[in-house]
Design a protein around this ligand. Sequence first.
Ligand SMILES: Nc1ncnc2c1ncn2[C@@H]1O[C@H](COP(=O)(O)OP(=O)(O)OP(=O)(O)O)[C@@H](O)[C@H]1O
Ligand SMILES: [Mg+2]
Length: 250
Amino acid sequence: MRGEIIAVTGKGGVGKTLISALLIKFLSERERILAIDADPATSLPSALGVRVRKTLGDVREEIAAPSRVPFDESLPIDVLLEHKIDEIMVRTPRFSLIAMGRSEGPGCYCLINDMLRHFIDRLSGRFPKVVVDCEAGLEHLSRRTVRDVSTLLVVSDPTVRGLETARSIKNIAESLQIKFDRIYLVLNKVTGELGALEDKIREMGLELVGVVPEDELVKEYDFIGRPLIELPEDSKAASAVGSMVRRLFG
Ligand SMILES: Nc1ncnc2c1ncn2[C@@H]1O[C@H](COP(=O)(O)OP(=O)(O)OP(=O)(O)O)[C@@H](O)[C@H]1O
Ligand SMILES: [Mg+2]
């Protein structure tokens, strides 16, 4: 049995990390969650109030350049990764987190990437749910670092231009050889009524699952570097994501 994968995607700056952190906040009240930061900029740990010692990208470099870090070359890479799990994975009572880190350097990484995929697959199987904060665009999905996504959430700002991007992300997602059970639109930073945007969403064949308001508290937390997972449940953004979680997962 593998974990149910929920991937959060969308263009740059729409609020993927905020939505991911709040999903983890609510879902981790019910069951243990594996959080995967698939953005090389690695901002999810700070949103969750944890620190990552080593990313999978760091480990990939160590394996690709064994001369730099001594390791037993007779060890298969998957055994080596299991060996390094305490360096790679941050554990808290409610969730665990791994960060993909930087993308590849100039070397040949196909074999290592394959191993990393297996590693993530196996890890995912140990958790009932996995939340992936994707990088802008569909890099990781297109490289199939994450497979068989149960729920893809495409985050957008409440503008027609934003919706057009969301729709193209959805189209790309559908053209990839990844199995998606369901793809939904989440509007973030909403300030007023949706008005004509609702018709546009329907016309575009997008299915809206959540409307998250613009929330001054989010900006404040980000400004002072306070973890977004600590946003009060009744704050505007958190309560909207709480309702979305109930709608999606009962
Ligand atoms: N609902 C909201 N209300 C107010 N500000 C928000 C809201 N959602 C996100 N922001 C602000 O927008 C900015 C981008 O948010 P966030 O980092 O979550 O987006 P992202 O999609 O993960 O960005 P990136 O593509 O850089 O990873 C942040 O400064 C955050 O404080
Ligand atoms: Mg982000």
